[in-house]
Design a binder for this molecule. Structure first.
Ligand code: NAD
Length: 297
């Protein structure tokens, strides 16, 4: 049994911490929201009221699940962040989706202070967090990955080592950039088929076994009908919100710019999802971009 400090108990972090508690670990929990902390305490976690005042010498592992790079940086490197009483060699696992540069900078600084670090962003939403079936994409030294894996196995189903620190974030944003692009392409194809008199089910039957086949079509079809469980059949309720897709596309563009990589379709996907944000429809599922393509957002 490990002693874990879990920071960030939101939509994702709450159920992830809960699964660590259920697996028998002693989990100390901290969040700016008292309601979130109370919920975990009622499940058997131990409340941390202030990181600064917390005596952390028994902690082996820190897990964070925070909104963005600035929160991660302030928790790991800021004055109000990790307890100064943490011992050397503590394993720090950041599961947040953040920019590659911050992940690498935080990792380097922690390692220079004698700590271990992996970035381990996830794929899968709150349902997967609750069921413990998340996919983790992990960046960091092999020995740190191996130490992190038993904890990630509790919270997820697939755990991949993607290389050095930051590479988990690279895998996540490259995957989601590709997802955004093929979702938009799929919407365009279904909309064009419809305008030309080809119904969604017939087009699906053909394209899903032809060269246009892709995940957005076969598992998550943005046209209502062919895939029963898809958000398109419940007026695009998420699912994976367009706002989350836009966050990931922005991270991808930021990284592309600093790496001088050409991503014209990624840039276009970001611009289109930003239109959903401007229209205040980014709470719809990301497949709801179909409505934008159809001119009925
Ligand atoms: P959320 O906003 O529900 O939760 C974030 C939590 O962090 C909140 O409870 C907030 O109070 C807490 N927090 C913020 N700053 C803090 C600080 N300094 N100290 C302690 N707690 C602090 O967000 P979420 O949906 O749980 O997402 C978390 C991360 O997971 C994000 O990076 C997101 O991109 C990623 N993600 C989310 C989903 C999803 O479906 N929600 C899927 C994949 C990845």
């Amino acid at each position: 049994m490990a002693e874990i400090l879990f920071i960030g108990l939101g939509n994702m972090g709450g159920p992830m911490a809960s699964n660590l508690v259920k697996s028998g670990h002693k989990v100390h929990v901290f969040d700016l929201s008292k309601v979130a902390v109370d919920s975990l305490v009622s499940q058997g976690a131990v409340e941390v009221t202030s990181l600064n005042a917390f005596h952390g010498s028994a902690i082996d592992t820190v897990v964070t699940m925070l909104p963005s790079g600035k929160h991660v940086e302030s928790v790991y490197l800021g004055e109000e962040g990790l307890p100064s009483t943490l011992k050397q060699g503590v394993l720090n696992i950041d599961c947040s989706t953040i920019d590659v540069e911050t992940a690498r900078r935080v990792g380097e600084q922690l390692i220079s202070k004698g700590q271990l670090f992996v970035d381990a962003p996830v794929s899968g939403g709150t349902a997967a967090a609750t069921a413990g079936t998340l996919t983790f994409m992990v960046g960091g030294e092999t020995s740190s990955f191996e130490k992190a894996k038993p904890f990630l196995d509790v919270m997820g189903k697939n755990v991949f080592h993607a290389g050095d620190a930051g590479n988990g974030q690279v895998a996540k944003i490259c995957n989601n950039m590709l997802l955004g692009i093929h979702m938009i392409g799929t919407c365009e194809a279904f909309n064009l088929a419809d305008k030309l008199g080809l119904d969604a089910q017939t087009f699906f039957d053909i394209a899903s076994t032809a060269s246009g086949q892709n995940w957005s079509m076969t598992s998550y079809c943005p046209a209502p009908g062919p895939v029963e469980a898809a958000p398109s059949n419940r007026d695009y309720q998420p699912g994976f919100a367009a706002a989350m897709m836009l966050k990931d596309l922005r991270l991808a563009q930021e990284a592309a710019s600093s790496a001088r990589a050409s991503t014209p379709l990624g840039a276009q996907a970001e611009a289109l999802y930003a239109l959903m944000e401007s229209a205040q429809k980014d709470d719809l599922d990301f497949s709801g971009i179909m409505k934008l393509i159809q001119g009925r957002l």
